[in-house]
Design a protein around this ligand. Sequence first.
Ligand code: F6P
Length: 326
Amino acid sequence: MATIKTIGILTSGGDAPGMNAAIRAVTRAAIYNGFRVMGIKRGYYGLVYNEIGEFDTKSVSNIIQQGGTILKTARCKEFTTVEGRRAAYENMCRHQIDALVVIGGDGSLSGARIFAEEYNIAIVGLPGTIDNDLGGTDSTIGYDTALNTIVEAVDKIRDTATSHERLFFVEVMGHMAGYLALNGAIASGAEAAIIPEMETEIDQLADLVSRGFRKSKNSAIVLVAENPETGGAMGLAERVRREFPEYDARVTILGHLQRGGSPTAADRILASRMGAQAITALIEGQRNVMIGIRNGELVYTPFAQATKHKCKLDATAIEIVKMLSI
Ligand code: F6P
């Protein structure tokens, strides 16, 4: 593998708060260590269509506190094709980019793995997604901010739920992973979380009703992980209205507001540490790994393992929601 002189950086997939802090850290750590940095716009799309420009230390000034990504992001269909990746590689050569830092989630890092294997390129990934659904890391960049956004929203919904004595289904994102729903439920004191990792939604709903969530309380909040297969919170509310008309059920879908906002201190620190480590990893000769954090230590996980993660949620967390909502 040739010596690395120029590093390209891109953000891909769904944006996540803290991506800008990561871009800043990668850029500055790279320049500090004598590398040239190229910013690639709109994720892999910019690599395929040559939307690439040089970054200096000022390019990343005043962004650590901003949500979103100054590089923009996209889900790029072209990059899933052989021709698209060839065009991407040619543009890397045109700009003499020797290595890439890719900030994104599951799909983005899977794309990085294929590209790295096809063209023998040095790529280091940073886990940038609110979903927290990657292996090899206790937390992804953006997850903490999204959790805090959920808690803030649920606190507000609780005011009206209590006043009207209603049952609320609050749908959160997660891309078929229940971290946001489960930990959001613990942090907001919700009565239950309905998540894809557990039995079927129907069983979970029946369990909830059989526990009689109105016995000791006059209102309840249930956090529901989005689930296109079952209809998520809307589907559950429909069922409750049909089968348990005594409950006054309402739905709030938090949607994309969970992806916005200024990153929390925890996400800024995580992004800064991981971004700087991405450059250390390239200097150390690490290739095709994702930077993660485990018990406070930064660790490397090959892309193939990071993206194959089958979410194992802590069973005690599920029990905690139940136990603490009596
Ligand atoms: O992966 C991040 C995420 O926000 C998921 O939680 C969600 O399912 C998906 O992206 C939504 O994607 P889009 O913004 O493309 O609709």
